[in-house]
Design a protein around this ligand. Structure first.
Ligand SMILES: [Ca+2]
Ligand SMILES: [Ca+2]
Length: 212
């Protein structure tokens, strides 16, 4: 803006523009765009794959995004991560059929967000459970002990009812995740907060809601 309030037109010198175009071209070669994922991804996934959801996020903190895909094949719901390498996606991690809850519920949706502020995204898998009266959230994070063999550990699992999403935020200075479960005539409910304490989530607030 000039002092007169008019907006200046900024010209990018041709050489600078060329450098920007070149950089964008190089970067687009290193990390493939999601829209170009189909041939690579579909060649790896089973023929009857139906993609429910996909999300791009950086799970290992190397500033390059991986591609998480939640999909169905046959009667199963599966979760697979792909990594961009030399302009192509390759399989990086697979749930190996172990993403369902103990009661057999399969994930209905997926969210990828850094919930503990360490610069690496977590995976939040959401399940409808208890006859669709509750939603369970399972949060997985990458175990960084061996980058060559990615392993995702469950770091938090709890339930929200009626079905909804946990609240992500802070409690004091700590990153936190809040779950709420309304009381029913059969059982009491709670507001439960987990706080990140260096290496794990620990319960830091629990408020019981009594039966009506
Ligand atoms: Ca990454
Ligand atoms: Ca994180």
């Amino acid at each position: 803006m000039t002092n007169s309030g008019k907006t200046d037109i900024v010209f990018i010198p041709p050489v600078k523009a060329m450098v920007i175009i070149l950089l964008v071209t190089i970067l687009s070669c290193i990390v493939p765009a999601a829209s170009s994922a189909n041939p690579d991804v579909y060649n790896i996934l089973p023929d009857d794959t139906r993609i429910l959801q996909y999300s791009l996020a950086d799970f290992d903190g190397d500033a390059r995004k991986e591609l998480a895909i939640l999909y169905t094949t046959a009667d199963e719901t599966r979760l697979t991560l792909f990594r961009g390498d030399s302009g192509h996606w390759s399989r990086w991690w697979d749930d190996n059929g172990g993403i369902s809850l103990q009661d057999g519920s399969a994930p209905k949706s997926l969210e990828t967000v850094d919930i503990n502020g360490d610069g690496r995204a977590e995976m939040l898998a959401y399940y409808l459970t208890e006859n669709n009266t509750a939603m369970a959230a399972r949060i997985l994070t990458l175990d960084d002990r061996d980058p060559a063999k990615p392993v995702f550990n469950v770091i938090l699992e709890d339930m929200i009812s009626p079905p909804g999403y946990p609240l992500l935020g802070t409690e004091g200075q700590a990153f936190s995740v809040t779950f709420m479960r309304m009381a029913t005539r059969e059982r009491s409910g709670y507001r439960r907060v987990y706080c990140w304490n260096k290496k794990r989530f620990e319960k830091c607030v629990e408020v019981e809601w009594k039966k009506p």
